[in-house]
Design a protein around this ligand. Structure first.
Ligand SMILES: Nc1ncnc2c1ncn2[C@@H]1O[C@H](COP(=O)(O)OP(=O)(O)OP(=O)(O)O)[C@@H](O)[C@H]1O
Ligand SMILES: [Mg+2]
Length: 407
């Protein structure tokens, strides 16, 4: 049994050369540091993976990102041994995958891995439920048990009512959800997803990303996710690995990639990304300092001096009113001593995991935003100035990198 956070997929100094003699002189040249383009020109061999090492921790979404041809699919295919490697090792939960053959390889794939690809590859003449349960059927699982499993995973992706439909009766996004349900049906520890959402239009794609993250919150699979889209990578990845010409350029959390791009190559990608999308509210919010309704106005003003406002809570800890310094000063200047005369109810709420750009519009009102957990309890105070500062800080960092890297 692996512990949460333990490394479950490990690639160690993996080389993959394509060509007639992958282990000959071409490999020696690659080993001694020759890059992909030169190697191809000199030897006619393609350097698919160039000394790739990374490890994926149990329960995380690890995203491999890079341009077309950078080696992403090659990397993911070493994990289930769709490809043999030229050199190095690929280890999954303690098993040296590359040593597996025949039935033990099949059993291993079945036990550990679900796969979702860009082209959903559903059987057109089979109903949705039969597509989803197909893998289980091949494994010899009895009809009732496999249909139950298929219905459970269809429910996870919100398509249980379409079990009896044919794929052609579903939209592209729905077909891709069937693909995901199929991968989930055998309850594998690991999901391998290669450009799983890339064929979908942007809106559907975002929905799929959200849905996948929701499912992940419930099931805690380990997900190795491939994409050529940095926005997608930063949005869904716990960590992101950026590849170029078969080699790893940088591995880091989305915030590390954004704020500390390792090379000009990464910085160039990062320029196009909307910063607010990856910084979450909880990274910026303050501890709440709630007031009670009968606090004298003067005390409320004193206690909130350092912040732009504070919330009044109900008996469950949910915010009911907002007090701002401005409203307080105005009420006091009109002779009031009562906090109630300076309270408003037209404030905004958000969740700690919301991204800053979703609350950006609220910030424009200049009022503090109540950060609440799922049951509505106040967990933080989001100062609109901090949202602006944070977005500005990252922009500034990016500017700096651009100057350093490109000038
Ligand atoms: N079966 C193969 N035979 C020969 N060369 C291959 C083979 N598969 C991949 N390559 C080469 O290996 C390199 C990496 O390809 P790979 O498919 O891993 O790229 P990718 O990052 O997945 O790109 P894309 O975003 O287009 O899917 C490319 O230069 C490609 O031409
Ligand atoms: Mg690919």
């Amino acid at each position: 049994m692996v512990e949460m956070g333990e490394e479950i997929i490990v690639l160690d100094e993996v080389y993959k050369l394509f060509g007639p003699q992958p282990r000959g002189r071409a490999f020696d040249l690659a080993r001694s540091g020759m890059g992909k383009n030169r190697l191809q020109a000199m030897t006619g061999h393609v350097l698919g993976l160039n000394n790739v090492s990374f490890s994926v921790k149990k329960g995380e979404i690890f995203v491999v990102m890079g341009l077309s041809g950078s080696g992403k699919s090659t990397a993911i295919r070493t994990v289930n041994k769709l490809f043999d490697i030229t050199h190095g090792a690929v280890n999954v939960d303690g098993t040296d995958v590359q040593q597996l053959e025949g039935t033990s390889l099949q059993a291993f794939r079945r036990q550990y891995m679900g796969m979702v690809f860009q082209h959903f590859a559903l059987f057109p003449h089979r109903k949705v439920i039969d597509n989803v349960s197909y893998g289980l059927k091949v494994q010899g699982v009895a009809r009732q048990a496999r249909e139950d499993a298929a219905m459970r995973s269809l429910a996870l992706v919100g398509l249980d009512t379409y079990a009896q439909s044919f794929p052609s009766e579903l939209s592209g996004g729905m077909q891709q959800r069937v693909g995901l349900a199929r991968a989930l049906a055998s309850d594998p520890d690991i999901l391998l997803m290669d450009e799983a959402f890339s064929a979908l239009d942007p809106l559907i794609r975002r929905q799929m990303q959200d849905e996948m993250m929701e499912i992940q919150g419930e099931l805690h699979k380990t997900i190795l996710f491939i994409t050529h889209d940095l926005n997608e990578a930063l949005r869904i990845g716990d960590r992101v690995c950026i590849m170029k010409d078969g080699a790893v350029v940088q591995i880091g959390t989305p915030e590390e990639i954004l704020t500390q791009p390792a090379t000009g190559y990464v910085a160039e990608f990062v320029q196009d990304v909307d910063q607010g999308r990856v910084i979450q509210v909880h990274e910026v919010m303050q501890e709440p300092a709630p007031l009670s309704r009968d606090t004298p106005l003067k005390d409320a003003l004193d206690r909130s001096a350092e912040r732009s406002g504070a919330f009044v809570l109900d008996s469950n800890g949910a915010p009911t009113h907002l007090f701002t310094i401005e409203d307080g000063v105005r009420a006091a200047s009109m002779g009031s001593t009562d906090l109630k005369s300076a309270l408003r109810t037209d404030f905004e709420r958000c969740a700690p995991t919301d991204c800053l750009n979703t609350v950006y519009a609220y910030a424009g009102r200049g009022l503090p935003i109540a950060v609440c957990d799922e049951s509505g309890v106040l967990v933080g105070n989001l100062d609109p100035r901090h949202i602006m500062e944070e977005m500005g800080r990252v922009e500034h960092l990016i500017d700096q990198f651009e100057r350093e890297v490109f000038m």
